[in-house]
Write a protein of this length. Structure first.
Length: 88
């Protein structure tokens, strides 16, 4: 399953309130309909916690269009969980 946004990608790295640049990862769960439209998403986990990596990952995928899953040659609704990595 691939994602692409309508606009040129401008990825958001959260402001952690410190001058130290951190790496992080957020795990997102998506519901995608048979047409490839994002129906819902939620943060499953983020590391380090409470620094905004989950919200930043959701912002990156807002408005994304997906290639739908297929079953028996037909596009179907699906649930997908993916990690989103942040590096300074």
């Amino acid at each position: 399953m691939l994602a692409r946004t309508q606009n040129s990608p401008e990825y958001i790295i959260p402001d952690t309130g410190t001058t130290v640049q951190l790496t992080g990862v957020a795990e997102l769960a998506f519901n995608v309909d048979a047409a490839g439209n994002l129906k819902s998403m939620q943060v499953v986990s983020e590391e380090p916690p409470f620094l905004g990596f989950g919200q930043a990952a959701m912002s990156d995928f807002n408005g994304a269009k997906f290639i739908p899953a297929f079953r028996n040659g037909q596009p179907v609704e699906s649930k997908v969980t993916i990690p989103v990595y942040f590096k300074p």
